[in-house]
Design a protein around this ligand. Structure first.
Ligand code: ZN
Length: 209
């Protein structure tokens, strides 16, 4: 099986460069964070909280690692079975893929599960890459709708499939923590290509349900 490294446009986020934050900037962010946490009421002098500003900053940095890109995403393989003329399309559906993201309006987490489906054309991508693809865009400041669109569009760019379907279901802490809608879950879908077909959508949603 021959690997191909897909030539992506420079703007493709899979190829973004890792972020670099100089140590002196990081130290300033940490002290700003300490000031904010202190003002909100966190006692920073205890053994348990002394390093909280650093840990919080580090946790945010890791939760947004999607901005560093993922160079391992760009390898694809040729489809092995020959498509038979007139045969119905076969779906590849992966999920549930757990993800956590930060809502760009409140910088608070939303988290849930993704199902990603596609119908291969000439190329396929390793199943584990679909998880990488979800996390590449989830580990950012984003909104659920855009997350689904970016996953779909990048999968289209990577394997040029016949169609792509993405379903995301998530709980948003920004609504739950503030008591707006305590237990609601939000579902979004994104469709590309042959998934304009209603029956194919239904089959995907059954598999993803
Ligand atoms: Zn929010």
């Amino acid at each position: 099986m021959s690997e191909t490294v897909v030539e992506l446009k420079p703007a493709t986020p899979a190829l973004s460069l890792p972020r670099e934050i100089p140590p002196e900037d990081w130290a300033r962010y940490r002290s700003n964070m300490a000031e904010i946490l202190d003002a909100l009421g966190l006692p920073l002098g205890t053994p348990g909280t002394r390093d909280t500003p650093e840990r919080f900053l580090r946790a945010l940095y890791e939760a947004t690692a999607g901005y560093d890109g993922d160079p391992k995403l760009v390898t694809t393989f040729p489809t092995e079975s020959d498509a038979v003329e007139g045969q119905p399309f076969a779906q590849i559906v992966e999920g549930p893929i757990a993800f956590s993201a930060l809502c760009e309006h409140h910088a608070l987490p939303f988290h849930g599960h993704a199902h990603v489906g596609y119908i291969a054309g000439e190329r396929i991508i390793g199943i584990s890459k679909l998880t990488r693809l979800v996390r590449l865009f989830a580990r950012r400041f984003t909104v659920q709708e855009r997350l689904g669109e970016q996953i779909a569009d990048t999968l289209v760019a990577l394997v040029e499939p016949e169609g792509v379907a993405v379903r995301l279901e998530a709980s948003h802490l920004c609504t739950q923590m503030r008591g707006v809608e305590e237990h609601s879950r939000t579902t979004t879908t994104a469709w590309r290509g042959v998934y304009r077909d209603a029956e194919l959508r239904r089959e995907f949603l059954d598999l993803a349900g």
